[in-house]
Write a protein that binds this ligand. Sequence first.
Ligand SMILES: [Zn+2]
Length: 388
Amino acid sequence: MYLAAMRSIALILFVFISYTGTAQPFYGRTTGRLPYLNYGLGEDRLGGAKMTYLDSNILVKVVDSVKADYKIQLSSSHFAYLPKNHFRRDTSIKIQPHYNTASWRIWGDDKHDFVSIALPEKLPYRVQQEINPSKIIVDIFGAVSNTNWITQLKTAKEIKNAWYEQLQDDVFRIHILLKHQQHWGHLLYYNKNALHIRIKRQPESLKIKNLKIAIDAGHGGVNTGATGITTQIKEKDYTLKMAQQLEKYLTSKKATVFMTRSEDVDINMIDRTLMLREQDPDILISIHLNSSSNQAIKGTSTYYRHIGFRPPSEKILDRMLELGLANFGNIGAFNFSLSGPTEYPNTLVEVAFLSNREDEQRIIEPKFHKDVAKQIYKGIKDWLKNIK
Ligand SMILES: [Zn+2]
């Protein structure tokens, strides 16, 4: 009786395991605006940790489905999660066991350097910045080296050196060593089946008047942001006031300024991101006001996601602290949407807390908006001065 029971439990378990384990993988391509991969299924307030943005039409292999995401197999030992709305199934794809890389070309136009790698298929990739020395590391999943030719032209100015390693049997890693310590941004995309890594050069002149600075006033329209604890003021109105003061200040210093919004309108994050990509600024400053359920928490803080973009956030925070605000910190790896772009350095400034009475009193003062603008400007100047 006991044995029979054990046997049926074993049988049920076996059936269950085989059933969940034999789900057939299927293939398709990335689609929609700004598809991205997440490392895991973490769900923070601003979304889980992103591995990379991807171009559209990239081949992906789905091995599982978890709520709103597909689990994607990138290589024999790499997995990621792709939101289902960024996937379209394609049964016509002829899958090869692996894909050979071909020749590379390294060159430049008037503003950017490029590395292009010919591939037989649009394969998924991920990219990260390294510092000291400054490098861009790109992993192409499913690719096997057959690269026997790397053309290097003098028109490339920022790329000091580039090479590859076959990191694993099915992971091809590209190393790009940069000339300057400061990262100015990179963008990956496919042109036909050639993967292009576009690298922005350090501007020839680091004078404010020769730079293009983008300013993003947080929230707007129906997206009101946080609310002042005693005054009920809306975050969207005060981020705009401060952004406009910064615009005024930078314009008086002859900088070229681009504002994502100059009025009370709701622009979603994808639109802002694509608008900024189009503008190709030398740096982006996002302005927000913080809020916490703990009313005692106060202070100013700056944020970045990519390590190569940390320097301006540090310098701006130092200058913001001169306003006598508490130090809430310099925060890295932050998952705010506009900290995500890799195309240009960017800093998010959370000026002070609307949920703290003391900070709120500062935020409502018009003089404070001018002071914030001036301190951000000084921080940008300090950052530029330190660039070699
Ligand atoms: Zn905000």
